[in-house]
Design a protein around this ligand. Structure first.
Ligand code: B1M
Length: 211
């Protein structure tokens, strides 16, 4: 009998092969994709997210846990679509224009996926126009901007302006983060939510999607 607790624990340890095998076993035994996702894979990612926030694990552990999560998701994704399991919401994420730092942004992206959100990752050096076009194309509830440079964080204000100019400000929440970004900066540019780390960003995103 597939053990979802064991699946969660393998994921926390970053054991991709075991996660893939146990996910497949659970599928073969007829467990629902939703159950496997929520009580196995997402449960494991939640533990990692909390430990990361509390400085009990660090970037490498999160990256290997995320890789293990992806291994399980490969088997599960087609079934989730068939079972009509919908993502809790859609987030368009990227590092702002002029900025090539993507390690933190990738962590945020992985944690959001681990929370059951659909994440459209636009990569780095993303212009305000590209954020807005992607949000419109994917009907996203959230645009999430990361910046690591004091010289590029001002691009976030341009994203807020571009969203307003496109007439979708009431449909899209704007999240900001990255080492130089603060809550007062977030408020000063009219963005909706600042979070200091990947785990709280993923929690805030679920909340903002109303899930
Ligand atoms: Co750059 N770099 N870098 N760099 N780099 C910093 C950021 C810097 C602080 C180093 C320093 O001088 N001490 C400094 C910025 C100074 C400033 O503006 N205040 C700096 C500089 C100056 C530069 C260049 C200009 C250097 C040069 O060429 N002269 C250049 C800029 C290039 C560009 O972007 N146009 C540059 C280049 C690079 C590399 C390419 C070499 C490399 C990036 C590789 C990559 O990302 N693929 C690099 C790196 C690695 C760093 C440091 C060492 C590490 C950054 C990192 O990945 N941290 C960094 C110094 C440092 O931080 N010690 C530095 C780990 C990561 C997990 O943390 O990204 O903060 P972080 O993400 C956190 C939170 O911030 C938060 O969650 C994550 C974890 O939970 N978070 C969000 C991030 N995004 C979020 C979004 C959210 C919410 C939370 O909501 C949407």
């Amino acid at each position: 009998m597939a053990d979802l607790q064991a699946l969660s624990e393998f994921l926390q340890k970053g054991k991709a092969k075991e996660v893939r095998e146990l996910t497949q076993q659970a599928i073969d035994e007829g467990l629902s994709p939703k159950d496997i996702l929520e009580n196995g894979l997402m449960a494991g990612m939640d533990v990692i997210g909390t430990k990361f926030k509390n400085n009990e694990v660090f970037v490498p552990e999160v990256l290997i846990a995320a890789r293990a999560m992806n291994a399980g998701m490969e088997a599960l994704k087609p079934l989730l679509a068939d079972a009509g399991v919908k993502a809790k919401g859609t987030v368009v994420i990227g590092t702002v224009k002029g900025d090539l730092h993507d390690i933190g942004k990738n962590l945020v992206s992985m944690m959001m996926e681990g929370k059951g959100l659909q994440v459209i990752d636009l990569g780095t050096d993303v212009s305000p126009e590209k954020f807005v076009a992607a949000a419109q194309e994917h009907n996203a509830q959230i645009i999430a901007c990361s910046a690591l440079l004091t010289t590029t964080m001002k691009e976030m204000e341009r994203v807020v302006k571009q969203v307003s100019e496109a007439g979708i400000r009431d449909q899209v929440k704007i999240m900001v983060g990255g080492a130089p970004v603060t809550d007062s900066f977030c408020k000063s540019i009219g963005a909706d939510r600042y979070t200091p780390d990947a785990a709280s960003a993923s929690e805030a995103a679920v909340e903002l999607c109303g899930a």
